[in-house]
Write a new protein. Structure first.
Length: 189
């Protein structure tokens, strides 16, 4: 899945590319990637610490943070995220919620969440690199942990915009998601 994402990032003109992986998979990951395409570094115990580790290997003005679990990104999506950074500290591709959301306790519905104004976040997310680095530093100092880098920018007063995401940009979490991703690649590859 990393290859699929890196291929799109390269075609979109992204450079340098830093891939952060669990420390025990460093050698394996380096063996999977062609030399000179990406720098492979050790991540941390959490997503946030992994991104912070990767940021330490970058000096570019802007950065994309992408999860390999979303292998179906497109060159168009990458470019729209980068273009929207012209007037924001961060940009997130997202889609409006269409499903009804329920709050559940012990397999019993206890409430319904209004979906008006709710969007599903995707990656790649784009950022001003220095703003993101400072947000990570503040989060470490304050003991604030997040699952999304845009949340750090929001917390510390930055301006985060959205661009419309892509329905094919699915997150591969379960075995059936991988089957769907392969089918979509065959159709649109």
């Amino acid at each position: 899945m990393i290859h699929w994402s890196i291929d799109v990032l390269v075609r979109a003109g992204c450079a340098p590319i830093v891939v952060a992986v669990p420390p025990n998979l460093l050698d394996h990951a380096r063996g999977l990637l062609p030399p000179g395409i990406a720098t492979v570094v050790a991540g941390g115990p959490s997503r946030q610490e992994t991104v912070a580790a990767a940021l330490g290997h970058l000096d570019a003005r802007r950065v994309l943070v992408h999860d390999a679990s979303r292998p179906l990104i497109s060159v168009d999506l990458v470019r729209r995220v980068m273009d929207a950074l012209a007037d924001a500290d961060g940009v997130v591709p997202a889609l409006p919620m269409e499903e009804t959301l329920k709050t559940v306790t012990n397999e019993r519905i206890v409430g319904t969440v209004m979906r008006t104004g709710l969007w599903r976040s995707q990656t790649p997310q784009g950022f001003d690199t220095e703003v993101l680095k400072r947000a990570h530093e503040k989060a470490i100092e304050g003991g604030f942990d997040v699952t999304d880098d845009a949340q750090l920018i929001e917390r510390y007063g930055g301006k985060v915009h959205i661009v419309r995401g892509d329905r094919r940009n699915i997150k591969v979490t379960y075995p059936e998601d991988f089957e769907l991703a392969e089918a979509l690649l065959e159709l649109h590859g």
